[in-house]
Design a protein around this ligand. Structure first.
Ligand SMILES: [Zn+2]
Ligand SMILES: [Zn+2]
Length: 732
């Protein structure tokens, strides 16, 4: 009997590959899920063994033997292997790339799966005695010592890199003085709770008891719907503590931007287990070690961003998805999975509970709850004595505006600032001015590679495209007519920052956006300055809306909320509502009463009404009804076939062929397009898309199962870059 290895290989082809097993090789001892090195064309690649088979369609002369089996124990256990195969079918993404995506980089490259010590830095007992006053001039040494003092279990290289630019020579000097030492330990540090649980309110207690009492019933999906500041994290912490006591693991997924040091500190200070952290700030070795600890069961709690949903769990106890509505849970390129949806699928497969937490759950989740698939636990009160901020609209129609700021807003800012409070202004547009235009001839600064305006950035006198990154010098005169009358139109965060510095000279302004936080560790520094009270006026983008805790902010101003009301993206209003309530959540936490002011040209829009009353359920209900009437998700299911090419016609030609193939599958679906993308040209490539709508996921599945190979093999497919997006969140 012949034996072959069926292997998932990281290539863009939607299939697996069969290989010969060398004679004298104990094929039986190789379990599905091990890594195997194979020849592939002229390359050597590392694939994952899917199964050992005894028949193959590949002609004998084409079969090649494998090179080497890399693992004794599978890197993916049965459950994970099954999940990944399911992902490949559901998202119609090549199995080899799906598997690759789920592995730490080092394992993709062939590293061994041995748990190794990771270097940590700690103060020596002599170092702990050092009086930093004596080090007056060595600011970098002081900063390092102070940080090490606050981290008794030691700091990782990556943490130091994040916080202290050029820390290595400084550390060396401290080491020579005998004040610091490095050590390597195989085990994760065990957190020792240093702070105790705050008093819970009745709703928090009810939620915890309810979840804990049903631990034994297996899969159960809870929606923890709690207004901002209602203490969701406290519920997570106490539930996790019980999971640890039962000897099981908790997997906690947080949004990209939500994994703040503040959140981590809270987990570290309160939980009694071993915590592994997985996010993009780690270096490859640290990531690998966190993954291995999770797999070996020597981590009790795993906190990570999107891709941590593929963590190998030895003793799974619970999965928690914090801010489940957040867009960052959906991968937006390559293998376009939803970590939130996969977390639910995984909890069901593992037969464990899952908590989806949010102040503003997605409509998908709310519909699941109203149809009885998920159970809702409400936290309607803010924890402690905090009162919800009052939200008001500022009707700016025909009002005189100063730098995009209305007189009413400026007046309120003055009031709050004079009370020694902080003010946060929110504008979802970075840069100085979004449009540069010639007053003489009407010329606009357009990106040479995209159908988009270049944004003026005054800090370094440049024009930048926010879609492809193209950067040019700011022209002094119009390139077309040589006039020097160039108008800077519209407002970005940089421009508001300038204006505020002039309008409020007695206060310090701080700007937080992608430009001001580009350097590693700069976000941390800025946040520290805010919470030290050194800056009174904060201006920022979306980055400021989530997760951060600013106890002294009492006024939040949203400079423009209107883009969500009349957008071509049907999800825009859902996001606008979520954003307003998230931003509102930054005002008046703790004891101080807060206030939120929203500048709008559409003050009588009916969607605003429930938001002003903090009535997210009412807001969501209106949207859900609208989606039902318009037959949009979550009532129907979408897939998007995207294509792009340098030549303008190619994407449309390919998608027309794809449409014919899809039509011939004779499934009950609706096909829309192909049409050019809203921004047709981006980074020098023309883009088009074909939208597919179905009444059930099953219909979508069978449609693509019947046609994907034909689409992939069509000759027009070779002239474009194309992809499938199942359950797309972004239709642009
Ligand atoms: Zn001109
Ligand atoms: Zn561009």
């Amino acid at each position: 009997m012949n034996t072959y290895f069926r292997i998932a290989i990281p290539t863009p082809l939607r299939r697996h590959f069969d290989y010969l097993v060398p004679i004298n090789f104990h094929a039986k001892s190789s379990l599905p899920g091990v890594r195997i090195k194979v020849p592939f064309g002229r390359q050597t690649l590392i694939g994952i063994l899917l199964e050992v088979v005894h028949e193959t369609d590949v002609p004998a002369q084409k079969l090649k033997p494998i090179i080497e089996v890399l693992d004794e124990q599978p890197v993916f256990d049965r459950e994970l292997l099954q999940l990944l195969r399911w992902c490949s079918l559901y998202y119609h993404h090549p199995i080899g790339e799906v598997m690759q995506n789920a592995l730490p980089v080092k394992l993709r490259q062939g590293a061994a799966t041995h748990i190794k010590g990771i270097r940590r830095w700690q103060l020596t007992s002599e170092g702990k005695q050092v009086d930093t006053q004596d080090l007056k001039r060595a600011a970098k040494q002081i900063a390092l010592i102070n940080d090490l003092k606050q981290s008794p279990s030691g700091l990782l290289d990556s943490q130091l890199t994040e916080q202290h630019i050029g820390w290595r020579p400084v550390m060396k000097r401290l080491q020579e003085k005998g004040w610091v030492k490095s050590f390597e330990e195989n085990a994760l540090p065990v957190a020792k709770p240093i702070s105790s649980a705050p008093t819970l309110n009745a709703d928090q207690q009810h939620a915890i008891d309810h979840i804990v009492n049903q631990f034994d019933t297996g899969f159960h999906a809870y929606v923890l719907e709690g207004v901002t500041g209602s203490g969701k994290t406290e519920v997570y912490l106490q539930v996790i503590e019980r999971v640890i006591q039962q000897g099981k693991q908790a997997l906690v997924l947080v949004p990209e931007i939500g994994l703040t040091p503040q959140l981590l500190d809270r987990f570290l200070q309160r939980l009694s287990g071993r915590i592994a952290i997985m996010h993009s700030g780690l270096n490859d070795e640290e990531r690998l070690q966190a993954w291995l600890h999770t797999k070996a069961g020597s981590a009790d709690v795993i906190i990570g961003t999107r891709s941590a949903v593929f963590s190998p769990l030895l003793r799974p106890g619970i999965i928690i998805v914090d801010e489940e509505h957040d867009l960052s849970f959906k991968q937006q390129d390559g293998f376009r999975y939803s970590a939130r949806d996969l977390a639910v699928k995984r909890a069901r497969d593992l037969n464990i509970p899952i908590i989806l937490g949010s102040a503003t759950p997605s409509l998908e989740t709310l519909l699941n709850a109203s149809q009885g698939r998920y159970e809702t636990l409400l936290l309607p009160e803010r924890a402690g004595n905090a009162k919800p901020p009052a939200i008001h609209l500022l009707d700016v129609r025909s009002q005189k505006m100063e730098h995009g700021l209305s007189a009413q807003l400026l007046h309120k800012m003055k009031e709050h600032l004079e009370r020694d409070a902080q003010v946060l202004l929110f504008l979802n547009r970075r840069g100085f001015a979004p449009v540069l235009m010639c007053h003489e001839c009407g010329w606009h600064a357009l990106c040479p590679r995209c159908d988009a305006h270049m944004t003026l950035h005054q800090s370094n006198s440049s024009l930048r495209c926010h879609h492809c990154g193209t950067e040019q010098y700011q022209p002094k005169t119009c390139p077309k007519c040589k006039s020097d009358d160039l108008l800077q139109m519209g407002f970005g965060t940089e421009r508001i920052e300038h204006a505020l510095t002039e309008l409020f000279p007695q206060y310090q302004v701080i700007r937080i956006d992608r430009d001001s936080t580009r350097r590693k560790g700069s976000m941390e520094k800025l946040l520290k300055e805010i919470n030290n009270g050194k800056r009174q006026i904060l201006i920022g983008t979306q980055m400021l809306a989530k997760g951060h805790h600013f106890p002294n902010v009492t006024l939040v101003g949203m400079l423009n909320a209107d883009h969500g009301l009349y957008s071509s993206d049907f999800r825009a209003s859902e996001r606008m509502g979520q954003l307003i309530l998230q931003v509102a959540g930054r005002a008046g936490r703790e004891e101080k009463e807060g206030e939120v002011l929203i500048q709008t040209h559409h003050a009588d829009h009916p969607l605003f009404k429930p938001l002003l009353e903090h009535d997210y359920p009412g807001f969501a209900k209106a949207l859900i009804e609208e989606r039902q009437q318009t037959e949009l998700p979550p009532f129907t299911h979408l897939a998007l076939l995207r294509a792009e090419a340098v030549e303008q016609q190619q994407p449309i030609i390919f998608l027309e062929q794809a449409r014919l193939i899809l039509e011939s599958a004779k499934q009950d679906v609706m096909l829309m397009g192909p049409f050019p993308a809203l921004m047709e040209r981006r980074a020098g490539r023309y883009r088009a898309q074909l939208l597919i709508q179905a009444n059930s996921r099953k219909q979508l599945q069978s449609l693509f199962s019947l046609s994907i190979t034909q689409i992939e093999n069509h000759k027009t497919a070779k002239k474009v870059r194309w992809s499938i997006d199942i359950d797309p969140l972004d239709l642009l």
